[in-house]
Design a binder for this molecule. Structure first.
Ligand code: HEC
Ligand code: HEC
Length: 152
């Protein structure tokens, strides 16, 4: 399991750090078919943790990056599909985030002397899919403060 440690830590996804990743997938979980950045034998549990981290960091749901299934018998999302451009942008962002941590934050170490990830998706995104300020569709976090009461 140590094989993946550096790699996963390097990804620094949504602010949680991965120590000791168990590379086991229970037989009932479908194996991921199209991983290009994450380790191919990542456990289902860890994969889903990473994905929930994306949801939180960007303030989106899974369907922001994952296309609807084309199979008429399948109502859900086709997670392996790369049809939605957001998914590939997310891959670029994963690489960028890992690179920033590795290259520019190498001085950050935790108690065990392991490199610590300081940069995560959420550091820039803050719950917005598009960090540049312009009213995003899921605006809650962004409105101006309410005006003070009129009669004072
Ligand atoms: C910000 C974009 C984004 C969001 C949001 C997101 N994902 Fe993903 N997901 C990805 C990317 C990118 C990959 C491929 C990673 C790679 O290539 O290593 C992926 C891969 C997967 C896979 C593996 C598919 C396969 O067979 O290769 C599953 C399963 C998955 N996501 C489930 C989810 C679930 C469930 C959610 C919501 C809780 C979710 N994702 C939210 C970007 C996202
Ligand atoms: C250094 C800051 C930074 C970090 C870290 C970062 N992003 Fe981004 N991200 C941006 C900016 C800026 C944009 C908007 C780019 C543009 O305008 O084209 C963006 C855009 C995106 C988009 C496209 C959104 C859209 O509206 O189409 C996705 C998806 C995304 N980021 C996912 C991620 C994920 C997942 C991570 C963590 C692995 C991450 N980002 C980490 C700055 C960052």
């Amino acid at each position: 399991m140590y094989r993946h440690k550096k790699f996963l830590i390097g990804l620094s996804l949504a602010g949680f750090v991965f120590f000791g990743i168990a590379a086991t997938t229970p037989p009932d979980e479908p194996k991921p078919k199209n991983l290009k950045i994450l380790p191919k034998d990542i456990s289902h549990e860890d994969l889903i943790k990473v994905m929930h981290g994306f949801n939180d960091a960007l303030g989106v749901h899974c369907n922001f990056c994952h296309a609807k299934s084309k199979d008429p018998n399948e109502k859900g999302l086709d997670f392996a599909s790369d049809e939605k451009p957001e998914k590939n942008i997310a891959r670029k962002m994963m690489k960028m985030t890992a690179k920033i941590n590795k290259k520019y934050f190498s001085f950050e170490k935790d108690d065990k002397g392991e490199r610590k990830d300081m940069i995560s998706c959420g550091i820039c995104h803050h719950g917005n899919s598009h960090p540049e300020f312009k009213a995003p569709p899921h605006e809650e976090h962004q409105g101006p403060p309410p005006p003070p009461p009129a009669n004072n």
